[in-house]
Design a protein around this ligand. Structure first.
Ligand code: MGD
Ligand code: MGD
Ligand code: MO
Length: 767
């Protein structure tokens, strides 16, 4: 048995030290350097050897018997276990067939998802390199996290990824700031993760420094716990979806009370005149007063007026959570936040201005890496077609039809084969009943996964793969300053392959020579990637240990290249020498380019538009606003059978937060199972009755493994996946981002016989 010299384990949620006994991970202890280790590490023990693990390559019964178009229903049929030879022959046969009938444009492998940390064994990187040498695939663009920001911000203030890298460090807020106003809070729950890995968690410490320095906090969010207790934050609980109105009313107050900064607006922005006309109501007859915003948000108008004055008189930093833009017209709160900060005139000053998506990633606003980490090279994709990532259902429903996106008119590809590795659309996508129907359309669906997740259950061919703790790799977060050894801790279950081994076997079957593997072993690649790192570190005057020493050693930390970064400090110092990458080189409070697209769902300046579903349109049938934020006990749907994830469940169901008054009105007590429903779907969840959530709002975490009861007319999800309830409309035609947070539901106590959760029972036919 393989015994590593030490037992570091890493994933997107940080580093842990594993206790291994008899070839199994018994427990994961926090790394001593990490002051705020993630509870998510608690899921690892057990999840690799539990019943949920995919044991063998498996093929959907009708597909195995009759081939593609051979009938049966994806997601409803059992699987038959087959040998690796059989499974890989089938995959090779389907690849050749689809390519010869439809070309590589017939293969969709956008394959969105978080997969696992690890620079080499990255599921999407492996799949994409393989398909690139096979002639390419239709890809996806953007993400579910902050798609509206990715598309909108280049018009307003510049590339969003650059903003994240250069984000104002919270350290400077502690030093210079006085007031931190947080739209959507800064939940530590979310800051457990950083994409690609995180050496140590810094947000709690950084906020503590602010609190110790006397910074005041205001949490504007339907959920009180979006600011943790140590911050002593004032809690303002608006209706979800009303933030743009709130921000515009703050702008209106600054303007009418002469508290704005005309010199800043003149020098650094364009379009303030157009925004002014809108704020004053010249263009639509509605002045954006605090009374107007109070009506929409449910907040007190006097409190809003006072807030505008506080922000003008104190050194203020404003943050807007990514969750706010995962909603109808999600572009608007981002733009309104920039407008508000521009009117305050303090952008580019240490500890002031604004920041977006803080807490969505542990490292934003706390640290950055000094140079790029090495990556497994993906090569180039000969197929240029792609879809905006959240249009997966529409792509499957409407091949060949046109859609609008970011100023373009595009056509959906005709995907005959779908290949997913390292992501789970039956976790991340909205309106899962509709997705399920759309998923019947492709001829062939291939999925690589570790567990029997929703996507694996909707495949034809399932390729099980080795998990991170079962392979040699190293982690490095895209926004973090640490490289972390990930030595293989335990052997994979017998007969399990790594994805690299899968593609190497396919390359041979398909006669691709060694174009995928270059004839190299996994270890060869790791060493080559390490030597790339030695070069890039060397170019920065940094030396790194030799690969073997690194893998046997501890976390390697580098210095933050800009520990006191202030976003846009250069631009503020000299806007001519450091123009923004926007069309005008300035902050665009009005965008001529967006105006030229003529989208009524994304006007050319920050605009309040009532969400399609929100408390303002609530009906007796759907009176409650459903928020579905990130779960504190796992990453999305990953390791949902792990101890930390299971411990939070109520009678095996995902917990749903219900306000005390809403629960009382329905005769619901803490610990009851409830049925949550609307016209799109229904699920069971476990009631947590609390005053921490605003009245009229219910909060159901994402990530309970999809578990539909197909005998129920609404395909009742027994486990509590909020995406059976969310709508599948986009933020707007500009970004075509997901808008999960705009959904109305109702709920009732579930008094029927409680069905067992079947999510962790493999859908495999006994042989
Ligand atoms: N309602 C609602 N929906 C949401 C959101 C919301 O706020 N509300 N948030 C959205 C956001 S921000 C995001 S980013 C998405 C996240 O959506 P996803 O990233 O799709 O969610 P995960 O559960 O992380 O899916 C990763 C999958 O990869 C598998 N996996 C892990 N490691 C490996 C590996 O090495 N190889 C292979 N082949 N598979 C592996 C896991 O088993 C899991 O099935 O969800 C979105 N969905
Ligand atoms: N533990 C854990 N951490 C995670 C993840 C995970 O799955 N588990 N996922 C990671 C990923 S991929 C991402 S993208 C980030 C996402 O990070 P965020 O997008 O910041 O996270 P959310 O939880 O979706 O939203 C943050 C908060 O916004 C509030 N909110 C929702 N709607 C509104 C609104 O209309 N107005 C106001 N004012 N507030 C609102 C909610 O109360 C919610 O708690 O989290 C990351 N962190
Ligand atoms: Mo995300």
């Amino acid at each position: 048995m393989y015994t590593p010299r030490h037992r570091l384990t890493a994933n997107h949620w940080g580093v842990g030290i594993a206790e291994v006994e008899n070839g199994k991970i018994k427990a994961v202890r926090p790394h001593p350097n990490d002051a705020a280790p993630a509870v998510l590490n608690g899921n690892l023990a057990g999840t690799l050897s539990g019943s949920w693990r995919i044991a063998k390559p498996s093929v959907r019964e009708s597909f195995l018997k009759h081939g593609p178009n051979g009938g049966g229903e994806r997601g409803a049929e059992p699987f038959i276990e087959v040998s690796w030879d059989e499974a890989l022959d089938l995959v090779a046969r389907e690849l050749v067939r689809v390519k010869s009938q439809y070309g590589n444009e017939g293969i969709y492998a956008g394959s969105y998802g978080w997969a696992s940390a690890g620079r080499f064994h990255h599921a999407q990187g492996q799949l994409k390199r393989f398909l690139n040498v096979f002639g390419g695939y239709v890809s996806s663009w953007g993400n579910y996290s902050y798609n509206a920001a990715l598309i909108l911000m280049p018009y307003v203030i510049g590339n969003f990824r650059t903003q994240v890298k250069n984000a104002t460090r919270l350290k400077t807020v502690a030093k210079h700031g006085e007031l931190l106003v947080m739209f959507g809070g800064l939940p530590l729950r979310n800051a457990q993760i950083s994409g690609g890995g995180v050496g140590r968690h810094r947000l709690a410490g950084a906020l503590q420094e602010c609190a110790d320095a006397g910074v005041e906090f205001i949490n504007i969010s339907p959920l009180r716990t979006d600011a943790h207790d140590a911050l002593n934050a004032e809690w303002l609980a608006p209706r979800p979806g009303s933030d743009t109105a709130i921000m515009l009313s703050l702008c209106h107050t600054l303007l009418t009370e002469g508290l704005h900064d005309p010199a800043f607006l003149e020098r650094y922005t364009v379009g303030f005149d157009k925004l002014t006309a809108y704020l004053l109501g010249d263009t639509d007859g509605v002045p954006k007063t605090v009374e107007w915003a109070a009506e929409l948000s449910g907040l007190d108008p006097d409190r809003l007026r006072k807030l505008a004055r506080q922000m003008a008189h104190k050194r203020t930093f404003v943050t807007t959570a990514a969750g706010l833009q995962r909603a109808d017209f999600g572009e608007q709160p981002l733009w309104a936040c920039v407008a508000l900060a521009s009117m305050l005139g303090r952008i580019g000053m240490p500890g002031e201005g604004f920041g977006l998506a803080y807490a969505a990633d542990s490292s934003i606003g706390t640290v950055d890496r000094p140079f790029r980490w090495p990556a497994f090279p993906q090569g180039t994709n000969p197929v240029s077609d792609y879809i905006p990532v959240a249009m997966i259902t529409e792509m499957l429903e409407r091949p060949g039809e046109v859609y609008e996106y970011n100023g373009e008119t595009r056509r959906f590809p005709d995907a005959r084969m779908v290949w997913w590795a390292g992501g789970n659309p039956f976790h991340h996508h909205q309106d899962l009943n509709r997705l399920r129907r759309a998923f019947q359309r492709p001829e062939t669906v291939i999925v690589n996964d570790i567990h029997w997740t929703g996507i694996a259950r909707h495949a034809d061919i399932v390729l099980p793969c080795a998990a991170p703790a079962e392979r040699n790799d190293f982690a490095g977060g895209t926004q973090d300053n640490a490289l972390i050894p990930m030595p293989r801790l335990v052997d994979p279950p017998e007969g399990m392959l790594t994805e690299y081994a899968i593609y190497t076997a396919l390359e041979e079957r398909l006669g691709l020579g060694d174009t995928f593997s270059r004839g190299m072993s996994e270890d060869d690649w790791l060493r080559e990637m390490w030597s790339d790192l030695e070069s890039s570190a060397g170019a920065h005057g940094v030396s790194v240990p030799a690969f073997d020493a690194f893998m046997e050693g501890d976390v390697l930390e580098f210095n933050d290249p800009a520990p006191e970064a202030t976003f846009l400090a250069d631009f503020r110092a000299d806007p001519e020498a450091h123009p923004l990458t926007t069309p005008s080189g300035k902050i665009e409070l009005y965008s001529e380019q967006i105006a030229s697209f003529g989208y009524d769902d994304c006007p050319p300046h920050a605009t309040f538009m009532a969400p399609r579903e929100w408390l303002g349109t609530a009906t007796p049938d759907a009176p409650l606003h459903l928020i579905s934020g990130q779960p504190g006990t796992r990453l999305h749907g990953q390791q949902d059978d792990g101890a930390a994830s299971r411990a939070a469940k109520v009678k095996d169901r995902e917990p749903i937060l219900i306000n005390t008054a809403d629960a009382a009105a329905r005769g619901i007590s803490d610990g009851d199972v409830v049925k949550v429903f609307n016209t799109r779907g229904a699920c069971l969840a476990g009631a947590v009755v609390t005053d921490n959530v605003r009245q009229g709002v219910v909060f159901l975490w994402t990530g309970a493994t999809y578990d539909p009861d197909l005998s129920d007319p609404q395909h009742l999800d027994r486990h509590g996946n909020p995406n059976v309830l969310t709508h599948d409309l986009r933020t707007s035609r500009l970004a075509q981002g997901p808008a999960a947070q705009s959904a109305l539901v109702d709920l009732e106590r579930f008094d029927g016989p409680l069905p067992a959760v079947m999510a962790f029972v493999p859908p495999v036919k006994a042989s």
